[in-house]
Design a protein around this ligand. Structure first.
Ligand SMILES: Nc1nc2c(c(=O)[nH]1)N[C@H]1C(S)=C(S)[C@@H](COP(=O)(O)O)O[C@H]1N2
Ligand SMILES: [Mo]
Length: 205
């Protein structure tokens, strides 16, 4: 389901550098934790994922209901705006498209806001989120570590890491684009690492 660009194929002759690592990024083999503030504690007994906003029906999934959905796996590279890139991460979970279908977004819905335990948010165009978003519970075959968003995080492979919200507990469907946590604080709205969309242009001048 992930449409990889031709230059993102495995075993590139230069071992990934250059062709797989966007300009201004450096490879790391560990997966650093990057969180603003402290990691929230999430309890599976009270976990809930809420789908709301411009939807035909609001849906609230508890952990059992989430686990019962159809699972899938995706391998993708991860690029943080603080300049580290980590290649070939395998994520397992449920596609955002599968989850969204349960709520049936209205035709007016063009954007989403991912909401998280702890209050973090990030915004995305609905089309992009449906095309490649995955709500992941596992990384490299193991449950996410708490610091990496356990039990559930969003992964948006083609965008910088701050779009991959950790500890997700809600997806809001919206007609208008509304900046999330980092987008309000100067990070680029579109966040494509290959275009070096790190910050809002007016703030980098
Ligand atoms: N809830 C939440 N999600 C978040 C963040 C955060 O501070 N809070 N940081 C973002 C940023 S800037 C990055 S680069 C990635 C880092 O993911 P990691 O900590 O698993 O490496 O998470 C993103 N998701
Ligand atoms: Mo980041």
């Amino acid at each position: 389901m992930l449409r990889k660009r031709p230059d993102q194929v495995k075993n590139a002759p230069d071992q990934g550098k250059g062709e797989r690592v966007p300009p201004g990024q450096f490879l790391t083999t560990k997966f650093p934790v990057l969180t603003y503030g402290s990691a929230p504690k999430v309890d599976l007994a009270t976990f809930s994922l809420r789908l709301f906003g411009l939807v035909e029906r609001e849906v609230e999934l508890d952990w059992k209901a989430f686990m019962a959905l159809e699972w899938t796996a995706v391998t993708a590279d991860f690029h943080c705006v603080t300049q580290w890139s980590q290649l070939d991460n395998t994520w397992e979970g449920v596609t955002l498209a599968t989850v969204a279908e349960l709520a049936s977004p209205k035709p007016q819905a063009k954007f989403i806001m991912a909401h998280c335990y702890g209050g973090y948010t990030t915004n995305l165009p609905l089309d992009l989120a449906l095309e490649e978003g995955i709500l992941a519970h596992k990384q490299e075959g193991k449950e996410l570590e708490e610091g990496h968003g356990w039990p559930l995080r969003l992964i948006i492979p083609s965008r910088f890491g701050w779009k991959s919200a950790k500890w997700v507990n809600g997806i809001e469907f919206m007609a208008e684009d509304t900046p999330g946590f980092w987008e309000q604080r100067g990070y680029n709205n579109n966040a494509d690492p290959w275009k070096e969309e790190r910050f809002w242009p007016e703030l980098t001048r």
